[in-house]
Design a protein around this ligand. Structure first.
Ligand code: TYD
Ligand code: MG
Length: 451
């Protein structure tokens, strides 16, 4: 009988019958590898009956889960107000971005807050972790360390120690002796994560799993386990910048899209309590191509500077380079400017960037992006005390966005005195803010650029 083989995408875990250069499911290139299927058991459950499960009424009162706060506010907020017992959390991020540093600091904080914490490293020896802790000044924290990659050993240890929090760094180094493929393969990563999540639920141990975002196709990425865990956090940042952002992309126990901001320093990660001030701190004198966006990240207002550069292109197809924003969004805004305001960008290279290594996903950033682009193109600086927000529709209209008052308050706190907002936004009252409301992009262009 021919050996049954399957092909799996290491990015998203989708199974394929044949090898292909591109995964149909997630669109990743070169991510499909040959791997033995997870199980080849009988197709149906058969006639055997189970014991049946216990059912409860939906109507019974359930107290909200008691959360454990670490005291690191930036982390607690992203978790939705602290760590929920028996929950499974995935922390993904590029190698070297600072996941181990963050989680060692988190372990120390949780331990100091009274939780029994275990930190299991599959990448470093305990002595190395201890050395790092020394550099971070955490040697006094009552965290227990282990260095192991065999999941059977780890689970036995967790069963014996019964900690309240176990940190597994990283899932790609873990392996189960019941599965033949190598550590880091889709089947190992998936099975190990499943085992850890089940353990968390049945034994009441909160588990934080670290997952590297991988560039090469042979190692499974954290997306493969996203659906199993309660909370998915990504640790992001540009390598050249010291800012790091912990972003909740899924949270069964709190708002998604919440962010925590950290700064990588010589002795570990420092919390950034006022990210707006930090993101705007690099702003120098008013220059064309710069616009300040009053945004909302999760529950918190964050101001960021959008920078644009527009220059004649020597190329047949001009460049469109975007950092920190969606490139599709840039194309849309350029098309709207051209079609609705008759401002063409053909023959011009466009570079767009969010200062400070921040990533902006909100559609409300559209107006600030358009403003930065126009300012760069016309070589006219936007007043330095002005913030902007508003979504641009394909018709060129400005759509109102949520939490206007919060945006304006944050801007006012940081010394801004003028704002441009879509008409029909509910403004609330913010002292010392001169807010101009506009219905569409044409009105905005006429008002700010006198065109
Ligand atoms: P690390 O936590 O090992 O990354 P990950 O676990 O995500 O792979 O972080 C490694 C980087 O962080 C490394 O490039 C050095 C830097 N770093 C500091 O700048 N300061 C510090 O105090 C520490 C511990 C690391
Ligand atoms: Mg690490």
């Amino acid at each position: 009988m021919a050996k049954s083989l399957a092909f799996t995408c290491t990015e998203c875990g989708a199974a394929h019958r044949k090898w292909a250069g591109k995964c149909d499911a997630c669109g990743a290139w070169n991510s499909i590898v040959e791997e033995a299927p997870l199980s080849s058991g009988p197709k149906t459950l058969g006639a055997a009956r189970g014991k049946g499960i216990e059912l409860t009424d939906l109507a019974t009162e359930e107290a909200p889960p008691p959360r454990a706060a670490s005291g690191m506010d930036e982390l607690d907020r992203v978790l939705g107000g602290g760590l929920v017992p028996a929950s499974a959390v995935l922390v993904g991020g590029d190698p070297g971005i600072g996941k181990s540093t963050l989680l060692l600091q988190a372990a120390a904080s949780f331990a100091q807050a009274g939780l029994k914490c275990l930190y299991i490293s599959g990448e470093e020896a305990s002595a190395q972790v201890r050395m790092r802790a020394q550099r971070l000044g955490l040697t006094k924290a009552p965290v227990m360390l282990g260095a192991e990659t065999n999941l059977r050993e780890i689970l036995t240890t967790l069963d014996r120690e019964r900690p309240q929090l176990a940190i597994i760094d990283s899932i790609q180094t873990m392996w189960m002796d019941t599965i033949e493929s190598a550590p880091g393969s889709v089947s190992q990563v998936r099975a190990a994560a499943h085992e850890l999540v089940t353990f968390a639920k049945t034994r009441g141990v909160a588990v934080i799993i670290v997952g590297h975002v991988t560039k090469e196709g042979t190692i499974a990425g954290p997306r493969v386990v996203e659906h199993m865990v309660d909370t998915v956090l990504y640790f992001e940042g540009e390598r050249g910048h010291q800012f790091r952002i912990l972003r909740a992309v899924k949270n069964r126990f709190g708002p998604a899209d919440e962010i925590g901001v950290f700064e990588m320093t010589g002795d570990g990660l420092a919390q950034v309590m006022n990210p707006s001030a930090l993101f705007l701190s690099e702003r120098d004198k008013p220059a064309p191509g710069s616009a300040v966006f009053a945004g909302i990240e999760g529950t918190r207002p964050v101001l960021t500077e959008i920078q644009a550069l527009v220059a004649p292109s020597p190329l047949g197809t001009p460049r469109r380079t975007v950092v920190g924003l969606d490139s599709g969004r840039l194309s849309t805004i350029l098309a709207v400017l051209e079609a609705r305001c008759a401002i063409p960008f053909a023959g011009l290279d466009v570079f767009l960037n969010v200062a400070g290594g921040m990533r902006v996903n909100e559609p409300a950033a559209d107006l600030a992006v358009a403003a930065a682009l126009l300012s760069a193109r016309e070589d006219v600086a936007i007043p330095p005390d002005m913030v902007l927000f508003g979504e641009i529709s394909l018709s060129g209209a400005l759509r109102p966005v949520g939490q206007t008052e919060n945006r304006l308050k944050e801007a006012s706190k940081l010394g801004f005195t003028r704002a441009i907002a879509p008409s029909r936004s509910k403004l609330g009252s913010v002292e010392g803010m001169d807010v101009r409301q506009m219905a569409d992009l044409t009105a905005f262009v006429g008002d700010v650029f006198g065109a």
